[in-house]
Write a protein that binds this ligand. Structure first.
Ligand SMILES: Nc1nc2c(ncn2[C@@H]2O[C@H](COP(=O)(O)OP(=O)(O)OP(=O)(O)O)[C@@H](O)[C@H]2O)c(=O)[nH]1
Ligand SMILES: [Mg+2]
Length: 472
C-alpha cells in the first residue's frame, strides 16, 4: 500500500515536504500536480526537481463549500521530484512534494494524496519500509532516529557512524563467525559415526574466545556511548546550605533554582540540560541531605538518594566555612557512591590557611578531583566546568575509531551474546557434547542478529519505529 506523510515539522515553515512511498506513488500524485513544463509526472526524469502547481482534490460535496478550496483549485506552487525504487530511501517508488510549510497547505496536500488512494503513514513507517526492503539494517534505522534527535555534536557524530553501518558491519562479522562455527559443529554431529574431524577443540576454543573478546570490547564502550548519546547526568549533592543551587545557577548562567540562606531550601530535584564542548550534560540539583522531621524535606532527601545512585557524574559540594564535626562536611551524605568531583565552596569566607587545612582534610579517592570555588565571586567555576566535561567525555573516541555502542537495546543484546559465548566456551573446555555447544552458539548468534535485525520480531520492530515521528 502506498503511504504519505508530512516529512517536515508541523508549524509555519519556509518549506514543507510531503513524502509519498509505494508502488502507486507516481499514479497517485500525477492528478495532483500540474507541471509547468506540461510533461505528465510519469514521464519526468527521475531525481530532478520540477516546478508545479499543486492542486486541491476533494470528493464532490453534498452541501456547498463556501470558504473551502474547490476540487481542482491551486493549493500552492512547489517542486516535485520522483525517485524510483529500489534506489530510494524506502526502496520503493517515492515522490516528494515540496511546497510552503504551512499546516493548512501540507494538510491539504496530504488529504489530496489520501483522496487519490494513499494511506497516512504511521510513525517511522518510511524508515521501517527502508529496513524491510533491505536498504538499512536495524542499527542503521535506529541511527536515523538518533541523527534526528541528536542534542549534541558528540551524539550526532556517533549516530552518523552507526548510520554508515559501522556497528552493523562489525556485529554481522561476529555473527558470521558464529554461524561458521555452527556449521562445522553441526556437520560434526551429522557425521559423528565417521572418522572425520570438522573442527578441532583447540581451534573451536580459539575462535570462540576471539569472538567473546570482541563482544566484550564493544560492551565496554556502552556506558560511555549511551552517556554521549543521551547526555550525562551530573548530580550536585551535599548537605543543606553548602551552595548546591548556587553551583547549578552559576553553571547554567541563569537563576534556575531558588537560593536562600535558609538550609533546606531545595526540595525537588531540578534538572536542566546544557551542551558543553559538544557534550550534552544534564545538571541535576538536589535537596541537601540531613536528618529532619519535615515530611516535605524528607521526601526531597529520598529523591536525592535515588538520583545520586543513578548519577553518571557525582559532584559533592562542601562548605569551606563549616566545621568538620560529625554534622560537618566530611559526613558520608552520598551513601555508598563516591563523588567524582568534590567542590569546596564559599572560599571567600575563609582564610587561605583555613582553606589549605580544609583541602588536606578532604577524604577524596585517587580519581576524585577537588576544586575550590566561590559561587559569590565565581572563582573556580571554569575549573569545575572543565572537570565535569573531563568526567563526561572520559577521553575521546577519536583515537580508537572503533565501534561505540550507544543504544541500550544493542547493549543488552550484545551482553546476552557474550554470556552465551562464555557458556559455549565453558562447554568446549569441559568436553561437553557438541549437541549442547550448538545451543549456546546459536543463542549467541541470535542475540547478535537482534542488533542488525537479521533476527527480529514484529513486537521489537513496532517498539523501535513507534519512537519515530510521522513522516520519517
Ligand atoms: N559567601 C558565599 N555564600 C555562598 C556561596 N555559595 C552560596 N552561598 C550562599 O549560601 C546560601 C545557600 O546557598 P544555596 O545555593 O541555596 O545552597 P544549597 O546547597 O542549594 O542549599 P539547600 O537547597 O538548602 O540544600 C545562600 O545564601 C547563598 O547565597 C559562596 O561561594 N560564598
Ligand atoms: Mg538548594
Amino acid at each position: 500500500m502506498t503511504i504519505c506523510g508530512i516529512a517536515t515539522p508541523l508549524g509555519d515553515g519556509g518549506i514543507g515536504i510531503v513524502r509519498i512511498s509505494g508502488c502507486d506513488a507516481v499514479s497517485i500524485v500525477e492528478p495532483l500536480v500540474r507541471l509547468r513544463s506540461g510533461v505528465p509526472l510519469r514521464q519526468v526524469q527521475r531525481r530532478r526537481l520540477y516546478l508545479a502547481d499543486i492542486l486541491c482534490r476533494k470528493k464532490p460535496h453534498d452541501g456547498t463549500v463556501i470558504f473551502g478550496l474547490q476540487d481542482g483549485e491551486i493549493i500552492d506552487e512547489g517542486l516535485v521530484v520522483v525517485m524510483e525504487g529500489p534506489r530510494s530511501f524506502t526502496g520503493e517508488d517515492v515522490v516528494e512534494i515540496q511546497c510552503h510549510g504551512g499546516p493548512i497547505v501540507l494538510g491539504l496536500v496530504c488529504e489530496a494524496c489520501v483522496g487519490a488512494g494513499a494511506r497516512l503513514a504511521e510513525p517511522g513507517e518510511f524508515t521501517k519500509r527502508a529496513f524491510l526492503n533491505g536498504r538499512l539494517d536495524l542499527s542503521q534505522a535506529e541511527a536515523v532516529l538518533d541523527t534526528i534527535t541528536a542534542r549534541s555534536e558528540a551524539g550526532l557524530r556517533l549516530a552518523q557512524r552507526h548510520l554508515r553501518g559501522d556497528l552493523g558491519r562489525e556485529v554481522r562479522d561476529l555473527r558470521n563467525g558464529l554461524l561458521g562455527i555452527l556449521g562445522e559443529l553441526e556437520a560434526g554431529i551429522d557425521f559423528s559415526d565417521e572418522d572425520i574431524t570438522f573442527i578441532h577443540t583447540s581451534d573451536l576454543e580459539d575462535a570462540l574466545s576471539k569472538i567473546g573478546g570482541d563482544i566484550q570490547r564493544m560492551l565496554r564502550t556502552a556506558d560511555r556511548g549511551i552517556r554521549l548519546r543521551d547526555g550525562a547526568r551530573v548530580v550536585v549533592a551535599g548537605r543543606p546550605n553548602v551552595g548546591k543551587s548556587s553551583v547549578l545557577n552559576r553553571l547554567l548562567g541563569e537563576d534556575r533554582a531558588i537560593v536562600t540562606e535558609v538550609p533546606g531550601t531545595t526540595r525537588d530535584v531540578i534538572e536542566e540540560s546544557v551542551v558543553w564542548e559538544g557534550f550534552r550534560v544534564v545538571l541535576v540539583d538536589t535537596a541537601g541531605v540531613r536528618d529532619t522531621e519535615d515530611v516535605v524535606e524528607r521526601e526531597g532527601i529520598r529523591r536525592t538518594k535515588v538520583v545520586v545512585e543513578d548519577a553518571d557524574v557525582l559532584v559533592q559540594v562542601l562548605d569551606a566555612s563549616e566545621g568538620q564535626g560529625e554534622e560537618g562536611w566530611s559526613a558520608g551524605e552520598c551513601g555508598s557512591r563516591h563523588p567524582d568531583v568534590i567542590v569546596i565552596n564559599k572560599t571567600d569566607l575563609v582564610s587561605d590557611l583555613r582553606l589549605s587545612e580544609v583541602s588536606s582534610g578532604v577524604k577524596a579517592g585517587a580519581s576524585t578531583k577537588v576544586i575550590l570555588t566561590s559561587m559569590r565571586t565565581g572563582e573556580g567555576l571554569d575549573c569545575l566546568r572543565d572537570a565535569i566535561v573531563a568526567c563526561v567525555s572520559g577521553g575521546s573516541f577519536e583515537s580508537d575509531g572503533g565501534v561505540v555502542v550507544t543504544n541500550i537495546r544493542h547493549r543488552d543484546a550484545l551482553a546476552r551474546a557474550g554470556i552465551a559465548v562464555e557458556r559455549a566456551l565453558d562447554a568446549v573446555r569441559t568436553g561437553v557434547q557438541p549437541e549442547l555447544i550448538v545451543v549456546d552458539v546459536r543463542d549467541s548468534s541470535d542475540a547478535l542478529g537482534e542488533v542488525t535485525g537479521a533476527i527480529t520480531s514484529d513486537e521489537i520492530l513496532s517498539h523501535i519505529f513507534s519512537n519515530f515521528c510521522i513522516g520519517k
